[in-house]
Design a protein around this ligand. Structure first.
Ligand code: IMP
Length: 191
């Protein structure tokens, strides 16, 4: 099994990456397990820039293949906000309530949104990014207990992502799409 270090301190992202990559034969090691105790400043203005910042910071410590995820929720009627600032939009646990309040007068037909994910890969010889998106809409209330972040208000196929089990979420999600794309790129590289 190939091993890859995931440059994250986010336990939810780590769990999802393990669930998605283990069946593809890739073992995901957390940056903490790899001994990389760092939290680089995410001062890029795009998902790709921030993902690369995180991957390179951890690669500089561990010197073996590293991936990083930068992701967020882009709401059409808000011009793509909170986007790259999704983690900083509100204190943890308050993001759904704040977004619902900001969108309280927005009718159903204008509530389109997408989760975006960029995965950066760095191994000392190669560095690249891959993307994944999941299109849906913002609901009118929080529903479901699974997942994290904006999952309770992100509707996809009639349910919120927090109402899905992780297998269903991973099939549809931006992170699932990006990590499967990563796997394809790594397979090509190994040919
Ligand atoms: P960052 O990539 O560490 O900057 O943080 C991304 C932020 O976007 C997270 O803190 C969540 O609020 C949100 N986010 C990213 N992916 C997901 C997801 O799969 N579900 C719900 N929220 C997400």
């Amino acid at each position: 099994m190939n091993k890859i270090v995931f440059a994250t301190n986010n336990e939810n992202k780590l769990r999802e990456a393990r669930e998605i990559l283990a069946p593809l034969g890739i073992e995901v090691i957390s940056q903490r397990e790899a001994g990389a105790d760092c939290e680089p400043e995410e001062n890029g203005v795009t998902f790709a820039e921030n993902a690369m910042i995180k991957a390179k910071a951890v690669y500089d410590i561990v010197k073996c293949p590293v991936i990083a995820d930068d992701s967020g929720l882009c709401v059409d009627v808000l011009g793509g906000r909170p986007g790259v600032y999704s983690a900083r939009y509100a204190p943890k646990g308050e993001e759904c309530g704040k977004l619902l309040a900001e969108m309280q007068d927005v009718p159903e037909e204008n509530r389109g949104a997408a989760f975006e994910c960029v995965i950066a890969y760095v191994d000392g010889e190669n560095e690249f990014t891959v993307n994944g998106s999941c299109h849906g809409s913002i609901g009118f209330e929080e529903r479901g207990k699974n997942g994290f972040g904006y999952d309770p208000i992100f509707m996809c196929g009639g349910r919120t992502m927090a109402e899905m089990d992780s297998e269903e979420k991973n099939k549809l999600s931006h992170r699932g799409a990006a990590l499967r794309e990563l796997f394809k790129r790594l397979e090509k590289k190994g040919e």
